[in-house]
Design a protein around this ligand. Sequence first.
Ligand code: PGA
Length: 252
Amino acid sequence: MRRRPRPLVAANWKMNGLRRDGVERARDLAARVRRRTPKCEVVVCPPATLVHVVGEVLSGSLVALGAQDCHAADNGAHTGDVSASMLADAGCRFVIVGHSERRYGHGEGDTTVRGKAEAAHRAGLIPIVCVGESEAEREAGRTLEVVASQLQGSLPQGTGPANVVIAYEPVWAIGSGRTPSVDEVADVHRHLRRLLVDQRGEEGRGVRLLYGGSVTPRNAPDLLGAEEVDGALVGGASLKADDFWAICESCP
Ligand code: PGA
């Protein structure tokens, strides 16, 4: 039996919140982790405009700072983009790459996602690499094939538990209130684990595999208890302090 790594629960605030909301939510979370050590590693990924100010609130706390995306280049003429080294400079330790809202909303394929993950590594950040099938792919019975090919195409060389986190997020489950069953989640996670172990041997065993897509305080205990699930990537529910904390506390 694999020794479970320490779970990780990440808040993806997406494009939500002005300074006051973000600071309030971050203060609330920092106070909670001061009162009670969480059962998991906790990461908050605010929108780019709030990275700095939220980072200041979280500094010295047990909550780590992350970002929601980065460019694959270290600097240059990329209007509107942010580089991984800028995020590291602003205090980030993590960055989400390959979220389906980037893959589908911005046409980012595996090669782009891998480039971003490599940029994250160069900057000393831990990329949270997202994979997940669309509803049509699931209905066509292609879930395992799709996530395998995304994993294969998106992961940089030489990844291990210390420098990468993977998030399985079925596209149809994101923000929809629908989730796969616990058995379906466990099937996909077992598959991803097998691929990681085939590719990286022992290193692949310790890489954290998060589940994401409509995680709530109600379904978190089951989803987080599923085989090979090492935490969660939480969107909507991370905007409510009580809900997000309840999810963190649901970790086995
Ligand atoms: P959700 O989003 O929890 O609102 O479904 C998850 C995500 O997109 O990371």
